[in-house]
Design a protein around this ligand. Structure first.
Ligand SMILES: NC(=O)c1ccc[n+]([C@@H]2O[C@H](COP(=O)([O-])OP(=O)(O)OC[C@H]3O[C@@H](n4cnc5c(N)ncnc54)[C@H](OP(=O)(O)O)[C@@H]3O)[C@@H](O)[C@H]2O)c1
Length: 483
């Protein structure tokens, strides 16, 4: 079922930052897996570009090592790896200088798709776009893939959009949010809009509330000084959680077409209420028995950056008015897990008596680990004990449901192939990113004005107690953070 591949045309993919961490861990191994799946057409080439002074052979060794480290060993067939490596080239190029650009221009072939992956620091996005344009390397059908973060506020995002727009049309710009490439996220749209079952119930009349949790068990160590300048709201909420929220809350688009989908997502962001400060909890992890505190990780004793955030949001439109959406994300929590839970209201009356209570259904969309969906329904407990009700899951774990669940493509693989097909549905449009920042900026500004410090929380738990209270005071509770 998963092995069916939609062919793409011959391409030249240039990975700027081809020697970096993201290329090594995600992009190159992902391309190899697509090659194994038969999706790289004959003649497709991958060209690494960075300042490091590799030749083709040296870079192929780098790619080989990346495959060996990040692709499972059952896929390490030497003949396949060698064939894949034969499509790899490397060119030293400086995004901020002249070095390498003439060489890149002459390496490009006519009549093949040209895609340029900007897997470099954001300050290089603009200079790369300009040079691609000035050296005539990009044509009208070329695509650029831009990594996150896309700006750090509305002003910088607008400036970046403007710089890119000088050299590329919007239809050529693929702003990547790898959450959108996850199988479950796309399945969310299939479940919502491909079935009659859920959509009639998908509104404030039937949905009590929605919880979106993206929990990580690791701290920020290693990238602490970078993280300290962004915090959970910039690093996670403005992009990933916002995108998930849009897909959950949007109206059905008229067709599954990039702008139709993105128009509907944009409307959700614009309908988001500005949250009350008392509906936001910011936290910072303490040190644990053998783990450093956030401030130690960030190497900043005075840091007021949040490593955890929980918020209650409202959407002012006919569908969702009155249904709160609770978001939470943080580092050093109990488990690494991401899920969306749509909690339906209780039946209006329990025919089984008050003792059995009223039980709402919960649809859980799990992004990681074990991508899948799970609908909790109420049934009678089997056996002769009278009418006792229990909740059981109707489980749809992709790994089990699909013939070769092991082959579910990683988000990056899927998204890179979408770039080659010219399909922008799962990429953020410029106006979406700006709308998300326009919503986020005043929240951050209010913290800065109030000089509010985050509350501390213990590592390995579910975040600050205040976050539990955020739901408790509404008579609700967070789902347990568990893998
Ligand atoms: N790593 C992740 O898991 C991850 C996740 C999400 C998003 N991202 C985003 O992806 C991008 C890349 O991240 P990364 O972790 O791969 O960074 P990285 O490991 O620091 O790699 C940066 C790359 O850029 C190249 N580079 C630096 N200056 C250059 C210049 N002047 N001209 C040409 N190339 C230059 C570097 O090679 P040379 O030094 O040899 O030039 C290197 O290949 C960033 O925007 C990051 O925010 C990364």
């Amino acid at each position: 079922m998963v092995s069916r591949v939609i062919p793409v045309e011959v391409f030249d993919l240039v990975i700027f930052g081809g020697t970096g961490d993201l290329a090594r861990r995600k992009i190159l191994p992902g391309l190899y897996r697509r090659f194994l799946a038969g999706q790289l057409p004959e003649g497709a080439r991958i060209i690494g570009a960075a300042r490091a002074d590799f030749d083709d052979a040296g870079y192929r060794q780098f790619v080989n090592d990346a495959i060996c480290e990040f692709v499972k060993s059952s896929r390490h067939d030497k003949a396949h790896i060698d064939e894949f490596l034969s499509r790899i080239k490397y060119l030293p190029v400086d995004a901020l200088g002249d070095a390498g650009w003439q060489g890149l221009a002459s390496l490009m072939r006519p009549n093949v798709i040209r895609a340029f992956y900007f897997s470099v620091a954001p300050r290089l996005f603009g200079p790369l776009a300009e040079r691609l344009h000035d050296h005539g390397i990009a044509d009208a059908e070329s695509r650029i893939v831009v990594e996150k973060p896309f700006g750090r506020d509305l002003k910088s995002a607008k400036a970046l959009n403007a710089v890119l727009a000088e050299s590329f049309d919007e239809h050529q710009i693929y702003r990547i949010d790898h959450y959108l490439g996850k199988e479950t996220v796309q399945n969310l749209m299939a479940v919502r809009f491909g079935n009659m079952l859920f959509e009639p119930l998908w509104n404030s009349q039937y949905v009590d509330h929605i919880q979106i949790t993206v929990a990580e068990s690791v701290g920020v160590g290693g990238r602490g000084s970078y993280y300290d300048k962004s915090g959970a709201i910039r690093d996670m909420v403005q992009n990933h959680l916002m995108q998930l929220l849009c897909l959950i809350a949007m109206e059905p688009p008229s067709e599954f077409e990039p702008d139709a989908v993105r128009d509907e997502k944009l409307k959700v962001i614009r309908a988001l209420d500005a949250p009350d400060q008392q509906d936001i909890v910011r936290g910072q992890y303490r040190s644990g028995e053998d783990t450093p505190s956030y401030r130690d990780d960030a190497e900043n004793d005075e840091s007021t950056t949040e490593s955890f955030i929980a918020m209650k949001l409202g959407i002012s439109n006919w569908r969702w008015k009155g249904t709160p959406i609770y978001l939470r994300t943080g580092k050093r929590l109990r488990e690494r897990t991401s899920e969306i839970a749509v909690v339906f209201k209780d039946p209006p009356h329990s025919i089984f008596g008050e003792q059995e209570g009223r039980r709402g259904n919960v649809l859980v969309i799990r992004l990681q680990p074990n991508e899948g969906m799970n609908l909790r329904v109420t049934i009678k407990e089997p056996g002769p004990g009278g009418m006792r009700l229990i909740e059981v899951p109707l489980d749809m774990s992709f790994a089990e449901a699909l013939a070769d669940g092991d082959d579910i493509p990683d988000a990056y693989e899927r998204l890179i192939m979408d770039v080659m097909r010219g399909n922008q549905t799962l990429f953020m449009r410029g106006d979406e990113v700006e709308a998300a920042w326009a919503w986020t900026d005043p929240i951050i500004q209010a913290w800065e004005d109030a000089r509010k410090k985050p509350v501390e929380y213990d590592p390995g738990g579910s975040g600050p107690d205040d976050s539990l209270m955020l739901l408790h005071r509404d008579g609700r509770r967070w789902r347990e953070i568990k893998a």
